[in-house]
Design a protein around this ligand. Structure first.
Ligand SMILES: [Fe+2]
Length: 354
């Protein structure tokens, strides 16, 4: 029966689902009755989780009451037989599992919280959803710890997380350049940079347009939180890599399981280590925690009652990748005006069935 459900979900979503994935979802119901929390725990694309739960309700293993999920009495025996258990969570309480001491950055954290009060709210058009101030500070701390911050030239591709301001606030980088399409954000970043005398420059540059000469091979470090279609990843990371000076320069980006299957992780890793010429030095799980955004329920599928419930706390997280150039780097400089950056079958916003 587990195999049947996996096959059915694969069929309905076009996302590969295996029996272990189904069991992981059932196991997560031992920890929560909230769909979004399940989605956060199971390391599977959102649509696969929704469809697995839909199939489990059809099979009578799971019942939905007022949008809450629980295993049915009939399903209970099935769960025990399958010997699933709730995911064991034992994150370090001091560092939240990031492996970094943020003690040196308390002033930065307080400042980010302060300016964050007047920042623009995320909007759907640009696939926005920003991280907590702790996550932004942790990114800066990670750069500092890896030697990618002090006296370096940084490029930030898309910055609703305000990493550019945070990095510059430490007074460590030589220069921070931000590319951002949302005029509300560019204004916000420019005003904060002026008010606090920060070495941040905001450039207007369409990421899809041919990558200009003045950005090629000019930076030591790039950061981005890319959209997670393959084309989006290829474009954002390719642009970042094309902008690096050369060997031992580094790039940082977040990657989820919620919008990126293991199959896509594998394709991306092959591309990074193959075509792009970098090595993956760090993958830190659950590094970035996103603040819940207003348009979530409006943008996801409406046909399942348990999906249309508010998340129980912040649920969307991404792993932090650090990649480093080994000998030489190949980026992506060609025009990509037709690239689909935001929506594929694994995207939150994907609402069609296949
Ligand atoms: Fe720790």
């Amino acid at each position: 029966m587990v195999a049947d459900i996996a096959a059915q979900v694969t069929n309905r979503t076009g996302i590969k689902v295996f029996p272990r994935d189904v069991l992981r979802v059932v196991g997560a119901l031992g920890a929560t009755d909230n769909f979004w929390r399940v989605a956060s725990l199971v390391r599977l694309p959102f649509n696969a989780v929704a469809e697995i739960l839909n199939s489990l309700t059809e099979a009578g293993v799971v019942v939905v009451e007022d949008g809450s999920l629980r295993v049915s009495p009939a399903g209970q025996a099935w769960v025990e037989a399958a010997r699933t258990e709730a995911p064991f969570v034992a994150r370090c309480r001091t560092c939240g599992g990031r492996g970094l001491d943020l003690g040196l950055f308390q002033e930065l954290l307080a400042w980010l919280r302060e300016i964050g009060r007047s920042r623009p709210a995320p909007i759907k058009e640009f696939d926005q959803g920003y991280v907590t101030p702790e996550s932004t500070v942790a990114r800066v701390a990670l750069l500092a710890a890896r030697g990618d911050l002090a006296d370096k030239e940084l490029l930030v591709l898309g910055d609703d997380d305000l990493v550019s301001l945070a990095a510059a606030f430490t007074r460590r980088p030589q220069r921070v350049v931000v590319l951002e399409v949302d005029p509300r954000l560019t204004r916000f970043i420019e005003e904060a940079a002026r008010a606090y005398d920060l070495v941040v420059e905001v450039l207007e540059q369409d990421i899809r347009a041919r990558w200009p000469e003045h950005l090629l091979h000019r930076f030591d470090t790039f950061l981005t939180d890319p959209p997670e279609t393959l084309e989006g990843l290829d474009l954002f990371l390719g642009r970042g890599l094309a902008s690096l000076k050369g060997p031992r320069c580094a790039g940082y980006f977040g990657l989820t399981f919620t919008e990126c299957s293991l199959e896509k992780w594998q394709l991306l890793q092959r591309r990074l280590t193959g075509k792009f010429g970098v090595v993956i030095t760090d993958i830190i799980a659950n590094f970035n925690e996103y603040v819940n955004w207003d348009y979530l329920l409006d943008s996801v599928r409406k046909d399942l009652g348990f999906v249309q419930v508010p998340p129980a706390g912040n649920w969307y997280r991404s792993a932090m990748y650090r990649v480093e150039v080994v000998e030489s780097v190949t980026g992506h400089t060609d025009s990509a005006s037709n690239a689909e950056l935001y929506v594929d079958r694994e995207a939150l916003a994907y609402t069609g069935r296949t």
